[in-house]
Design a protein around this ligand. Structure first.
Ligand SMILES: *Cc1c(COP(=O)(O)O)cnc(C)c1O
Length: 421
């Protein structure tokens, strides 16, 4: 299997190459050259790791990683994933039982396992990964790459702009993970990374790479758990699932589209966004107008220019087909608070504000359907919002408690990328 850019189908590269590059040279995003159909009856309810190794075999052919696939999925998916029932109409796909308690652990761990094996197989110079983060991604990346051979990670985050819990998750590391607290905004952090990449001799000297959410190495595992959950749902309910995904950059939901495209038993797919309505507007008008992001209670989804829409447009070049095959709805902050409260009162379940965006859409827009909503983060990561909605704080999972007990290490810097080296 080869991979090509969403903007040019002719120039094809290997999986390993696409994983290292992240973004295609023409600015497009990588996708596989084909989406071969599967027969879902050949897949059964194994562990996610075994299931994913079987499913991804096609996507790893002709690559130096093909003999490593089994080890990659076993190591990456070494934490639980489960489907729980909220009520007789809505089930949750709990994706938050990994080390940093959000679904980004799946993608970050899969990418870390893959990249460190590529470096070792190619016996190339160590990779240096730069990540600018405003919260969740950086923590998952730090945790996933910690002590991985052949890789160094530099995390940049804006001073005084992220929550204390988020900052702790970015600074509680040692050895190959370095944290930099930048005296500036998130945009400054992103610009520093961009500038460093544009310095060609520096990029070569340090073998710079990125691990951001548009890397194809994050989509492959996200396709696997949607496929796996569709099978589980089908076995239990004897009908195809209606999937609802709380969405920002559309990486998670793209995994569901991919799984359905190749034949897994998925009926409808619904994108649930917060007050950032770029995608909802696109579904309504067929016109895409990126907007400045607005801050909401579901802040990991505060995206005004979702990059994975480019991949969705590749799957559905005709907007009418996209709209016929999926839908999108937006949820306000007050609806998020109301939903967290109602779910707690009716089911005694804490849900995070992002998950609440999804269950709100399932409970108000898809009332006749049996839905599976991605639960994207553990509610304990959002103590203040829970307090606001319920006057109660959810219990911390052990994984987060452990991170909070560590000592922190961080370097304070200005906004010049040279300070990183
Ligand atoms: C990143 C994130 C999302 C949004 O996922 P996308 O793939 O960007 O659509 C939703 N919820 C949580 C908790 C996240 O961290």
């Amino acid at each position: 299997m080869k991979y090509h850019s969403t903007r040019n189908g002719n120039f094809k590269i290997s999986l390993s190459h696409a994983l290292k590059e992240g973004l295609a040279q023409d600015g497009g995003l990588f996708l596989p050259e084909k989406f071969p159909a599967i027969d879902y009856k050949n897949f059964n309810g194994k562990t996610l790791a075994d299931f994913s190794a079987q499913l991804l075999e096609t996507y790893f052919t002709e690559d130096i990683l093909s003999s490593e696939l089994n080890k990659i999925t076993q190591n990456a998916f070494n934490f639980p994933i489960q489907i729980t029932e909220l009520d007789n109409h809505v089930q949750l796909l709990e994706l938050f039982h990994g080390p940093t308690a959000a679904f980004k652990d799946f993608g970050a761990r899969f990418l870390a396992e893959s990249l460190s094996r590529i470096v070792q197989k190619e016996s190339s110079q160590d990779l240096c990964i730069l990540v600018a983060t405003s919260g969740d991604t950086g923590g998952a990346v730090a945790s996933a790459f910690h002590n991985k051979k052949g890789i160094k990670v530099k995390i940049l985050f804006p001073k005084n702009k992220i929550s204390p819990l988020q900052e702790k998750q970015l600074t509680c590391w040692d050895n190959n993970i370095e944290s930099y607290r930048v005296d500036g905004s998130f945009d400054d952090c992103q610009k520093m990374v961009k500038d460093a990449f544009q310095n060609i001799s520096l990029k070569k000297e340090h073998n710079l790479s990125s691990a951001n959410s548009i890397n194809i190495g994050r989509l492959l595992p996200q396709m696997c758990y949607h496929a796996w959950s569709a099978i589980k749902f089908f076995e239990a309910q004897k009908e195809k699932v209606h999937i609802v995904v709380p969405s920002g950059n559309l990486g998670n939901v793209f995994g569901a589209f991919w799984a359905r495209r190749i034949g897994f038993p998925i009926d409808s797919i619904t994108l649930a966004t917060n007050a950032n309505k770029t995608v909802v507007d696109f579904y309504q008008s067929g016109e895409f107008h990126p907007q400045k992001s607005v801050s909401t209670l579901a802040n990991a989804m505060d995206v005004g220019n979702p990059s994975n829409l480019e991949r969705l447009n590749f799957l559905y070049p005709d907007w009418k087909e996209l709209v016929k095959n999926s839908q999108a709805h937006s949820v306000s902050d007050s609806q998020i608070l109301q939903e967290m409260k109602e779910v707690y009162e009716s089911s005694k379940a804490f849900i995070c504000p992002h998950t609440a965006v999804g269950t709100f859409v399932a409970r108000h827009q898809l009332t006749q359907k049996k839905c599976l909503v991605s639960a994207t983060a553990h509610p304990a990561k959002f103590q203040e919002v829970s307090e606001k909605a319920l006057n109660k704080k959810p219990e911390m999972p052990e994984t987060l408690k452990e991170l909070l007990s560590r000592t922190t290490k961080v370097k304070d810097i200005g906004t010049q990328y040279q300070e990183l080296f």
